[in-house]
Design a protein around this ligand. Structure first.
Ligand code: R5P
Length: 269
């Protein structure tokens, strides 16, 4: 791997412990203004100090994020479909590598839809993006299985998706946690991060999900809804950091969350 590419990747996956807490706020690219992400800038601002990287689109980056920020950016560069339109898997590359470099991002991300009608198209997108990323020193994050493909969220399917993405050259892969998750990580030769998926019933559930994924070989999380749709987003991301970077047990991290929540509530105005 080229020096520039390794350097960019090390801004996201921290060399101190080989782990990362990425904050995903790219959902609007096909879902529009979903709950608690109606104004992305306001949602993200208090969370930025606790995120190792932000995953978003160029529109939100340009319009809602302070250009003086030091947080590394993982730029979503695929899209072209919406929740009310045709097949969500029908994605193209929406942002050029030149633009990504101009925006000084640390990585680019795109979705692949293995097993869908658009399998070939999205895998070809990935291969092309890897060629372009390698030429510019920009790592590529492949995001597996969103939308309709969620139904197939088991280790056999996700292991297949992650392995194919890695074989095509993705430098790291994002997928979903599932039963027998170690099968997914063990057969994928590049780092794996997990998405949180739709908001779980409790914050503790999300902390347990992150913990289980790390125990089974994930290098971290790229979570969105389970952080910013929590009623306590800042305590939640800080608790997540305790799990990912400090090896805290989920219950221990949840105690921290409760303490931080109380501290915020009792702060003098
Ligand atoms: C999905 O299309 C996006 O790439 C999200 O970034 C991803 O689903 C992670 O967010 P969440 O934790 O909310 O699932």
């Amino acid at each position: 791997m080229d020096w520039g590419l390794r350097n960019r990747l090390s801004r996201i996956i921290k060399p101190t412990d080989g782990r990362t807490v990425m904050l995903a706020v790219d959902h609007g690219y096909f879902l529009g203004p979903i709950r608690r992400l109606e104004q992305p800038g306001e949602t993200v601002a208090p969370l930025v100090p606790y995120a190792d990287a932000l995953m978003l689109t160029r529109g939100v980056l340009r319009n809602c994020i302070d250009a003086a920020t030091a947080v590394p950016v993982v730029l979503r560069v695929s899209g072209g479909s919406s929740i009310v339109g045709g097949d969500l898997a029908n994605e193209t590359i929406t942002t050029s590598m030149r633009e990504a470099v101009r925006l000084n991002v640390s990585a680019v991300a795109l979705s692949v839809f293995v097993g869908s009608d658009y399998e070939h198209q999205t895998l070809a997108n990935l291969a092309r993006l890897v060629d372009e990323g390698e030429a510019c020193g920009v790592p590529v994050l492949a995001v597996t299985a969103v939308g309709k493909e969620l139904e197939k969220r088991d280790a056999r399917y996700l292991g297949l998706c992650c392995r194919i993405a890695a074989e095509l050259g993705a430098h790291f892969v994002k997928t979903y946690y599932c039963e027998d998750f170690e099968h997914v990580t063990e057969s994928c030769p590049v780092p794996v991060v997990i998405a949180g998926g739709p908001k779980l019933d409790t914050d503790l559930d999300a902390l347990q999900l992150a913990h289980a994924a790390l125990q089974q070989g994930a290098v971290g999380v790229d979570m969105g809804r389970n952080v910013w749709q929590s009623d306590h987003p800042v305590p939640m991301i800080r608790a997540l950091r305790a799990v990912v970077h400090e090896g805290a047990a989920p219950e221990e991290a949840h105690e921290l969350l409760v303490e931080l929540k109380h501290a915020t509530e009792t702060q003098p105005v």
